[in-house]
Ligand binder design. Structure first.
Ligand SMILES: [Fe+2]
Length: 337
């Protein structure tokens, strides 16, 4: 057979390469034996398979997907390099030796991820918006592109938005209409009464109004850098697309609505907590966890991070403080387990 004209090979995996039936049947039989239960296990396994396929086949075609395997795959920041992994932080994959990890230069990783994103993004779909905002056109046949949304420029501010000579505040006229989820957010700006001689030197703006006009989710609307303090107010909706592996203590202040967080150990992937944050709630997420957020309705969240330039060095030494206690009062912090 001539192989010259072949461009791609595809083959079935479930049942052909992966013998899911025997493994499940034996596991069911062993569990049954422990409890003195006898059944037709093959029949049960087929039924299990039938029902699980019903949950995943055509997933996302008519509604946002409710099941995914994303927690098996992910990335980890290594400051100039990025780790791509599959199964490394998932207890079952790890235990079965199915984990794999490769490290790439950050520039190449960014370029490659953008190319992948561009490859499955259709015209009109914005991968940084909430799925319900631009429809569900990401699944199915590839139709056109939305490269502009993928490469959208970040507004870089010298001091504060709205100051003379700086980037303008967000308005209906400059591509930032109020998001559909924040129509109830007051849009009035603060009153400024500067003393004579200080006109033009005193400035303030309504952060809630600014956030209500954000056109992205799970991305900061503002990254306010002040020495080692990184203040990142952001708007979140639907699902944080990846599990974020913290590399430092991360403070959350819930500004509006509600976000649910699932928190796992950063290395083993074992569950640590689930928290529900409502307006006014504060959490300090430790440096040694991974977490994923869910917001049924678009919510505002203030993320506050340590931007210590020594972090890469601390990581190399394995001495990154795990908790606020270790960060500020290392002598009295609980001992590491
Ligand atoms: Fe995080």
């Amino acid at each position: 057979m001539a192989l010259d004209g072949i461009k791609a090979l595809t083959f079935d995996t479930g049942g052909t390469i992966l013998d899911w039936h025997s493994g499940l049947r034996e596991a069911f039989a062993a569990a049954g034996a422990r409890h003195g239960v006898t059944r037709e296990w093959s029949h049960l396994v087929n039924e299990f398979r039938r029902r699980s396929l019903r949950s995943i086949v055509n997933l996302g075609e008519h509604a946002p997907p409710t099941v995914n395997f994303d927690d098996v795959f992910g990335t980890r920041n290594r400051y100039g390099r990025v780790e791509f992994f599959a199964g490394c932080y998932h207890p079952t994959y790890k235990a079965q030796g199915l984990d794999h990890l490769e490290t790439f230069d950050s520039g190449l990783a960014m370029q490659t991820c953008k190319a992948i994103l561009d490859d499955w993004t259709n015209t009109g779909y914005d991968p940084f918006a909430a799925p319900m905002e631009t429809g569900l056109a990401w699944s199915g046949k590839k139709v056109g592109h939305n490269t502009a949304a993928i490469n959208r420029a970040r507004d870089v501010c010298r001091r504060m938005p709205g100051l003379p000579g700086d980037i303008p505040l967000r308005t209906d006229r400059n591509r930032y209409p109020v998001n559909r989820a924040f129509l109830d957010v007051p849009q009035d700006e603060p009153e400024i009464h500067a003393a004579p001689g200080f006109e033009g030197e005193v400035h303030a703006f309504n952060l809630f109004a600014y956030l209500s006009r954000s056109d992205v989710t799970w991305n900061p609307s503002v990254s306010s850098v002040c020495k080692h303090s990184l203040f990142c107010p952001t708007t979140e909706e639907y699902i944080l697309p990846v599990k974020h592996a913290n590399d430092r203590v991360e403070w959350f202040l819930q500004l509006s609505d509600q976000i649910e967080w699932q928190i796992e150990d950063g290395v083993t992937g074992l569950p640590r907590a689930k928290i529900v944050m409502r307006p006014g709630d504060v959490a300090a997420m430790p440096a040694d966890i991974r977490h994923q957020g869910f917001a049924r309705k678009r919510a505002m969240l203030l993320v506050w991070e340590n931007a210590d330039p020594n972090l890469p060095w601390l990581h190399a030494q394995g001495t990154v403080p795990r908790s606020p206690a270790e960060e500020f009062w290392p002598e009295s912090a609980p001992q590491r387990r």
